[in-house]
Design a protein around this ligand. Sequence first.
Ligand SMILES: Nc1ncnc2c1ncn2[C@@H]1O[C@H](COP(=O)(O)OP(=O)(O)OP(=O)(O)O)[C@@H](O)[C@H]1O
Ligand SMILES: [Mg+2]
Length: 390
Amino acid sequence: MAPRTILYTGKGGVGKTSVAAATARRCAADGLRTLVLSTDPAHSLADALERPLGAEPVQVGERLWAQQVSAQAELERHWGTVRAWLAAALVERGVERITAGELTVPPGLDELFSLLVIRDHHDTGGWDVVVVDCAPTGETLRLLAFPDVARWWLERIFPQQGRLLDVARPLARAVLDIGLPGEAVLDEVGALARGLIALNEILRDREVCSVRLVMTPDRMVIDEARRTFTYLNLYGFLTDAVVVNRVFPEEVGAYFGAWRDRQQEHLRAVEEGFSPVPVLRAPYFDEEVVGEAMLDRLADALFTGAAPAAVLHASLSEELELGRDGATLRLRLPFASREDVGLQKVGSELVVTVDGHRRTLLLPPALSDYRASGARFEDGALHVSFLPPA
Ligand SMILES: Nc1ncnc2c1ncn2[C@@H]1O[C@H](COP(=O)(O)OP(=O)(O)OP(=O)(O)O)[C@@H](O)[C@H]1O
Ligand SMILES: [Mg+2]
């Protein structure tokens, strides 16, 4: 049985690590064998739990383990051979050694390597719940859309690899002045692509895996969370809850009164914008969330009545399918009819108007210069098609 996997993500400093640790403690208390892991190189999970952690799971309580994934070790494990080849090839072409070293890891990839640990835990089993404290923003999860490309490439290019290389090797030497990668390098790339495809499948399994977006009741933070939410929906990752952390309680009094009012407005915007996804809340405590007692206080506030390991909401509201000739956005609008709906695309924003209600969807940058070419209703959903620029 695959473990229930919960990923917490959100902007820097909003409380991801605290909420992840609090969730894990509550899951363990509920009788589930729980692992909480952090992909953040800063050691904040260890600080929150007040326990030293390592690159392997360490037991930190009854039925509770924690792990601080080492990005460096994962990088070496999945990309070491490619990296060595790339660095040598770059140095051969006159790039300075230090710069070459930095160029050998595409941005964002190191975080992906850390997430591959999730797959190891699925394969080896033994966990009921895996709680993941992700590094800031869901951008990394967006990179996981990459396996769709990788799959294509594996199926078409890899079977030809030997033959292609035999032909290309002398040519590459003569023309590019660079050696082509050897078998070991290609094997590693192949293994990585397969690993990412497998991870992608785990994360898209909505029966067991979901993302929870952590935010504070501040405009900019909420905007970013909305953007992430759209991406996640578009790419088929389930968001089963959003967490609004650090809400001023009534006791803050007059000095923070205006600020509290503003927060309440933002909270209403969150309720509306993310509906029907449930909104969990936690107050701004009078001290840091460090240590068992504070983590449990946070869990008490968040999970009033809800089991932390439950899938709190089960459906996607938007889905994007990328085809060879264009893309289709499917938007669930069960109560709308064709006459109700208006569509307008401005840059990377798609404004959908349904019966006077507007919803702005932030499309992935790749679609920003696509044009909406048509829309139709089917099965309670609006299907919008996009074509690439001519
Ligand atoms: N509800 C809260 N009330 C008071 N302090 C909080 C609350 N939630 C989190 N904190 C504190 O705020 C700080 C940041 O929280 P945390 O480390 O969980 O955020 P993060 O999103 O993981 O940050 P980063 O992006 O740096 O990883 C910590 O000192 C934490 O103890
Ligand atoms: Mg953190």
